[in-house]
Write a protein that binds this ligand. Structure first.
Ligand code: FAD
Length: 322
């Protein structure tokens, strides 16, 4: 990867997701002197988002506006990004390892027969090489990869590569590109959200997660209160989801979301290997469990052996005093 890198921006409710800014920082790590070109697709005015990418380090931005790009579809975004790639001939493409990144990048990489390094958690320059670190075996080991292809895609795991400081004085060109994305088989007409989703789980800096030990849907209420106080999100084990205490969209683990918050508070979770696969790379892990032998204590930085229904209210009380 060398001279020109595209960073594909991702929006949620009209605002850029933080992982977009982290992807710009990742592109800078790949080549500090290269040109970083942001790409934003949508159906609305994309200028403010383009400017935001520039404030976070992009040199210039290409926008693609079309009615069929209001909501992500792999065909629509695939066609738009492909058109930008044909125009710009980049040396590399970086985006978040999100649901969209996981769908779009392998599709384009296979179509173009070029490489893909997915789920990178660290990027370092080593002489003239760039070394990507990525977790393997459900986070039990890390592998290091060096790019040998001319053009490569890379996706980065949210919350691992810090974004650059926002600098409002940064300026750059914004170019609107016309791409005809009418020839697609799937168009999303409407998105119906279940409820107010609050902080996005995959980008949350703090996650309060509940397991079967929470015992009921009502038992999750103190976890929500604690998460709100800490500006975080609520997650869950599959045990809690299977027991219908909460929605499967909260599930963390091998078959759920993979998260790396600064703080993960596991409440009434035993620490099954499939759960650890989704959270063991969190920066600080706090476990609350009444069983001192629970496996979760093997990965926890801080452990509280106790009943969550006693410990969580105490925590809430203390935090409220701060
Ligand atoms: P349990 O194992 O039942 O643990 C409950 C814990 O709560 C216990 O340790 C108990 O001591 C504690 N507890 C009980 N009451 C209290 C209390 N009042 N105060 C404090 N502690 C208390 N699991 C996932 O989480 N994510 C996945 O993505 C996932 N994918 C899977 C994929 C496959 C193919 C398979 C086979 C399994 C998968 N699982 C996954 C399920 C996993 O194996 C476990 O069954 C599940 O994680 C257990 O959830 P749990 O820890 O909430 O429940």
């Amino acid at each position: 990867m060398s001279d020109k890198l595209l960073v594909i921006g991702e929006t949620r409710d009209g605002s850029l997701r933080n992982v977009t800014f982290e992807a710009i920082a990742a592109a800078k790590k790949i080549n500090a002197d290269g040109e970083i070109v942001g790409v934003i697709c949508g159906d609305d005015d994309l200028e403010s988002q383009a400017n935001e990418m520039i404030h976070f380090g992009a040199d210039r931005v290409v926008t693609v506006k079309h009615d069929n790009l209001k909501t992500y579809t792999s065909e629509g975004y695939g066609q738009a990004v492909l058109a930008v790639m044909n125009e710009e001939s980049p040396d590399g493409i970086v985006m978040g390892h999100t649901a969209i990144g996981k769908d779009l990048t392998p599709k384009l990489a296979s179509k173009l027969e070029i490489g893909l390094i997915s789920d990178a958690t660290e990027i370092e320059a080593d002489g003239d090489k760039v070394v990507f670190t990525r977790p393997i075996y459900s986070g039990k080991a890390f592998e290091k990869k060096i790019v040998t292809d001319d053009v490569t895609f890379a996706t980065i795991r949210p919350n691992n590569i810090p974004a650059l400081d926002r600098d409002e004085s940064r300026t750059g060109d914004i170019t609107a590109m016309d791409v005809d994305v009418t020839d697609i088989r799937t168009v999303i007409k409407e998105v119906i959200r279940k409820a107010s989703e609050g902080v996005d789980l995959s980008e949350a800096k703090v996650i309060v997660s509940g397991g079967r030990g929470v015992k009921s849907a009502d038992g999750f209420k103190p976890l929500h209160e604690l998460a709100d106080l800490l500006g975080g999100a609520v997650g869950a084990s599959r045990g809690a989801c299977d027991a219908e205490y909460c929605d499967y969209s909260l599930q963390i683990g091998q078959t759920g979301k993979v998260v790396t918050p600064d703080l993960y508070i596991a409440c009434g979770i035993s620490g099954a290997i499939q759960h650890l696969a989704g959270m063991s790379n969190s920066k600080v892990i706090v476990a609350i469990n009444k069983d001192p032998e629970a496996n979760i204590f093997n990965v926890a930085d801080y452990g509280v052996v106790g009943d969550i229904f006693e410990v969580i209210p105490l925590l809430i009380e203390e935090i409220k005093k701060m």
